[in-house]
Design a protein around this ligand. Structure first.
Ligand SMILES: [Zn+2]
Length: 192
């Protein structure tokens, strides 16, 4: 679910235009950006949820550090606190809370779609039950949910940009670039 997370960034950008879009895009993907090097190092991984299963929503993700609830709470608090301390003058008084919530939204969306593979504690200490509501078991329904996030993110971003940006060409270019990113990410999700 690359595109769904980006959709959240588009929605928040429309609501809080003072926060840079790039920061929101990175914030929504932060746990996956931690996952990538850990997967390259062989410490975390993803594989088909069942032998022969492939396509959209077919993965079981073993990410006991990057996708544990505790790590994601700490990550959201740390990013939110850093934004609050260093950037609130530029991004707004409550920008820390907003960006922290955007970071945590990744885990919540993953909780919705993942099969039960999300641990509460890093390393799944204590062997507690793994979490995941498993929407990926129904790929068509997941596509509807993710498509709705993409459409809402694209639409709200374009609405706000076209309303606030006086340079028309720039406003249309930005809106088109955002639509391309979100729809492109959605196509990638569907085909990957
Ligand atoms: Zn993730």
């Amino acid at each position: 679910m690359l595109a769904g997370h980006f959709g959240v960034a588009g929605i928040v950008k429309a609501w809080r235009p003072d926060i840079p879009l790039a920061a929101l895009l990175v914030a929504t993907q932060l746990p996956d950006l931690v996952f990538a090097p850990l997967a390259l190092a062989g410490w975390e991984s993803m594989e088909p949820a069942a032998p022969g299963l492939e396509g959209y929503g077919s993965l079981l993700i073993t990410a006991e550090f990057s996708h544990s609830l505790l790590f994601n709470v700490v990550l959201a608090l740390a990013v939110g606190w850093s934004v609050h301390v260093f950037l609130r003058d530029r991004w707004g008084r409550d920008a820390g809370a907003v960006v922290g919530a955007v970071v945590f939204s990744h885990w919540l969306l993953d909780l919705l779609v993942h099969r039960p593979d999300l641990p509460l504690l890093p390393g799944n200490v204590g062997d507690l039950p793994l979490w995941g509501l498993g929407l990926w078991e129904a790929p068509a329904l997941t596509a509807v949910v993710e498509g709705a996030l993409v459409l809402t993110g694209t639409g709200l971003y374009a609405w706000r940009t076209l309303r606030d940006e006086p340079r028309r060409v720039r406003a249309w270019c930005r809106s088109a670039a955002m639509a391309l990113l979100l729809v492109g990410a959605f196509v990638f999700d569907l085909l990957a």
